[in-house]
Design a protein around this ligand. Structure first.
Ligand SMILES: N[C@@H](CCC(=O)N[C@@H](CS)C(=O)NCC(=O)O)C(=O)O
Length: 208
């Protein structure tokens, strides 16, 4: 049985899809929607999907009967299982992969979503510029930390692109629309991550 990845590409499921593309894994994409009719065949009440994620959120995977949810955990698992350079070569590198993955979901993700929603995602009449500004201010510290971390190495866990980069970059894809004049290392790293053929293939799934 192939790996099943649940979740439309225009959601956090893009993170797991990118990982599968990087690893060259055969997979079945089940485009469960998080908003459309929950009781439709691809709605979040789909019984197979609910077995994979009792939380009913996307992404989730079913890897030959083993189910897993939470995007960062899914990617750490897939990188650890299939390796191919995306799993760090040292225990210290593994520690960095955990660090940047937790940082992505705690320090970056909520503010990035808030900023993007109120800067350009929501219809204009629903945007609140003050909320976009506050989120941007909250992002200043974490983004400065990423900038400093990349000052003397090309990628977060050292010389090569790993799951640490994929997980953080996938939570920062909207940061490509920010002004990074004061963050040249971050800008270079973000551009490198998204120039990867697997990233291009994956983002093409959502028309970006
Ligand atoms: N921490 C979770 C968040 C997952 C999440 O919130 N997914 C959204 C779509 S991007 C969702 O399923 N929302 C529907 C809901 O909250 O019921 C992860 O990183 O996997």
């Amino acid at each position: 049985m192939t790996l099943k990845i649940y979740g439309i590409a225009a959601s956090r499921a893009i993170r797991a899809l990118w990982m599968a593309e990087e690893l060259g894994l055969p997979y079945e994409h089940v485009p469960i929607h998080y908003r459309d009719d929950p009781d439709g065949p691809l709605g979040r009440n789909n019984p197979q999907f609910r077995r994979a994620n009792p939380m009913g959120r996307i992404p989730a995977i079913d890897d030959d009967g083993f189910t897993l949810w939470e995007s960062m955990a899914i990617n750490l698992y897939l990188a650890r299982k299939h390796g191919q350079g995306l799993w760090p070569a040292t225990v210290e590198g593994e520690g960095l992969a955990y660090q940047w993955s937790f940082f992505a979901v705690t320090e970056v993700d909520p503010n990035m979503v808030e900023w993007a929603s109120h800067a350009f995602v929501l219809p204009e009449d629903k945007r609140e510029p003050a909320r976009a500004a506050a989120a941007l201010e909250n992002l200043a510290r974490p983004l400065a930390v990423v900038e400093a971390a990349l000052a003397h190495r090309p990628y977060l866990a050292g010389g090569a692109f790993t799951v640490a980069d994929l997980n953080l970059a996938s939570a920062m894809f909207r940061a490509r629309r920010m002004d990074h004049a004061a963050r040249p290392n971050l800008a270079r790293w973000l551009a490198d991550c998204f120039a990867r053929p697997a990233a291009r293939r994956t983002w093409a799934m959502r028309g970006e």
